[in-house]
Design a protein around this ligand. Structure first.
Ligand SMILES: *Cc1c(COP(=O)(O)O)cnc(C)c1O
Length: 377
């Protein structure tokens, strides 16, 4: 009997770290510095260093990192922010919560990354920022982003929630623009044991403002100089992240190798219309997700392949089945079906295969074999 293959396997990944993790949590219990404690400072400093930037400011989750990060960069009411239509909804939520006007644009059909030509057409006098999403772990090309931002006099704020330590053209994710947001949701490439997020920046003004904003807008107890909120990375979560961060490069490398195996094993399926999302960043892609497209040329559609894989015990996902502009909650933005055809087609074609650092060669073989059998039948 073949064993079921999970979509991610955090339990197995954490197994070798159990003693270290327990010790780290125990240390926080003993010290009792639960809010903005020592482990938070330590993690902020190591994460900033790992990303090659000056400052990191831990917050409650990735969504808050986008909202507060934009606020710290001076984005707010009356400003337009350009972002892709095919992203996790949190990117859009961050923009809306800061009071800015989201302007959605389409993506490239092969990479699923934001289409900067479409973005160019969306620029107006009110555009203040572009919010690229390094989707699935692949960065939007830094050189093209920088050219775009410079030409249009915009700031770049990166959503790097799926791209911890990804690289492209010599840049680390989060170091291209003025600031960037990360999430430590448990299943991200670097995840904690609950919710967590961080903003990174080289700009000390943005960093100082962030520290104030996340802490009731208060640089000094009971003195509130900014309209802030309460959103801090918990000390206990930071302690867990301190244990995990040193392993991140290895985990990313393992994901990249798993992806290369999938690529090789699935390459004969290309002529049958099963095509992986294109990888332009080579070894810098950190494969938060490994995504294939079930194109029109394939003998079956996305739904059927998903169903068949699921009944074969292989867990798969769709990231994401409904683009932001078609989500019921955001109909007030005035978009409609047909506005972003590439994003809409992708949402009907994509399938994310099991992907995690400790996935075995046998498991990858099994997934590829089952797909091959289904498609060839
Ligand atoms: C996970 C994620 C977020 C939000 O993170 P939370 O920590 O869940 O709030 C934002 N953007 C993208 C692209 C994500 O994948």
């Amino acid at each position: 009997m073949l064993k079921n293959i999970p979509f991610v396997d955090l339990k197995l990944q954490h197994q070798p770290l159990k003693t270290e993790l327990k010790k780290a949590v125990q240390a926080v219990l003993e010290k009792g510095d639960f809010i903005l404690g020592q482990a938070v400072e330590e993690f902020e400093s190591s994460f900033a260093k790992a990303c090659g930037v000056e400052h990191a400011i831990g917050v409650g989750c990735g969504t808050d990192a986008i909202e507060l990060g934009l606020q710290a960069c001076g984005v707010g009411v009356g400003d337009e922010v350009i972002l892709p239509a095919n992203t996790f909804i949190a990117t859009l939520i961050g923009v809306i919560h800061v009071g800015a006007t989201p302007v959605l644009v389409d993506c490239h059909p092969e990479t699923a990354l934001i289409d900067l030509e479409a973005a160019q057409k969306a620029v107006t006098k009110k555009t203040k920022a572009i919010l690229p999403v390094h989707l699935y772990g692949q960065m939007v090309a830094p050189s093209e982003l920088k050219d775009f931002a410079q030409t249009n006099n915009l700031i770049i704020f990166e959503d790097a929630a799926q791209a911890h330590l990804a690289r492209r053209e010599g840049y680390r994710a989060g170091s291209i623009g003025i600031a960037a947001a990360f999430s430590f949701y448990p299943s991200k490439n670097l995840g904690c044991f609950g919710d967590g997020g961080i903003v990174i920046t080289n700009n000390s003004e943005v960093a100082n403002k962030m520290r104030t904003l996340r802490n009731y807008g208060s640089p000094k107890k009971y003195e509130h100089v900014e309209a802030g909120t309460n959103s801090r990375l918990d000390t206990i979560q930071a302690a867990i992240l301190n244990v995990k961060l040193p392993y991140l490069e290895d985990w990313n490398r393992d994901r990249n190798q798993a992806a290369q195996k999938y690529d090789t094993l699935l390459s004969p399926m290309k002529e049958k219309g099963i095509i992986p999302i294109q990888n332009f960043s080579d070894s810098g892609h950190i494969y938060h997700l490994y995504v294939i497209r079930v194109t029109d040329k394939a003998p079956i559609n996305q739904d059927t392949l998903k169903e068949k894989l699921t009944s074969a015990g292989i867990s798969v996902g769709i990231h994401y089945p409904i683009p932001c502009h078609l989500q019921p909650a955001y109909q007030n933005l005035g978009y409609k079906q047909g506005d972003f055809p590439n994003s809409e087609i992708l949402s009907q074609q994509i399938l994310s295969l099991p992907m995690y650092p400790v996935i075995s060669e046998d498991q990858i073989n099994q997934v590829a074999e089952v797909i091959t059998q289904i498609i060839n039948k």
